[in-house]
Design a protein around this ligand. Sequence first.
Ligand code: SF4
Ligand code: FES
Length: 246
Amino acid sequence: MVDTADTGQRGAFTVTLQVQRYVPEFHETPYWDSWTVEMHGTDRVLDALHKIKWELDGSLTFRRSCAHGICGSDAMRINGFNRLACKVLLKDLDISKPIIVEPLKGLPVEKDLIVDMEPFFQSYREILPFLMSNDYEPTHERFQSIEERERYDDTTKCILCAACTASCPVFWTDGQYFGPAAIVNAHHFIFDSRDDAGDLRLEVLNDKEGVWRCRTIFNCTNACPRGIQVTKAIAEVKNAILQHAL
Ligand code: SF4
Ligand code: FES
C-alpha cells in the first residue's frame, strides 16, 4: 500500500463540472454542458477543464497559458466568484454539487469561457501605463528610497487578469466605467516618485467614467488573485484627485 502522507498524493474522486457554452455565431443563447471526471486531491479547476478538453470534448474552449497564477489568462467565474482556474483546488470546493463555471461577466463572450478583453485593455491603455519622466535620459538607474518604492508596491503586482473589473456591478451596467484594473495600474504610476505624468492620469480618471463611479463595494478586492488592496488603491486615487484640485 502506498503511504499517501509521504508522497503527497491524494485519493481519486469524481467531480462534475457544469460549464456555460456559447458561440455567438451559432447559438441564440448560452447553454450548459456538464461532465463528470475523475480527479485527484491536488488537482485544480484548470486540470478538470484540461481533462474534459483532452479526453471528452475537444470543442470546449478556454484560455490559459502559465497554469501557475502568473499570466492572468484563465480568469473565469467559478461557483459565482471570479477566480483563476489554475489557482482553485477542487478539494477546496463543495464537490458534492456540480461546480459551475462561466465566462467573466460584463465582457462580450467570444466562445465558451473566452471573453473579448479589448474593452478591458482599451481602459488600460487610456491611463498611460508606462513611466513618463521629464528628466534627461538617465546615465544610471533612477534611485528610489525604500519608502518611495513601498508607496506603490501593492499595485505593481497586477497581472491584468480582469477578475476585479469583471466583478464590478458598475462595470456590468454598461462597460463604460474604466474599472478597477485600469485604476490600479494608474495608481502604480501616479505614486511612483520617478514618474512625472501623474496629473495627466488623474485628469483621465476624473472623467465621468472614472474613479467617481466606484461605489466601494469591495467585489474587486475580494476577486483579486494577487491579493491587491484594489478598493484602497481606488480610494487613494480619489484622494489624489481631491488634493490635486485644492
Ligand atoms: S488588480 Fe488583481 S484582479 Fe484586477 S486585473 Fe490586477 S491582478 Fe487581476
Ligand atoms: S493560466 Fe496563467 S494565471 Fe492561470
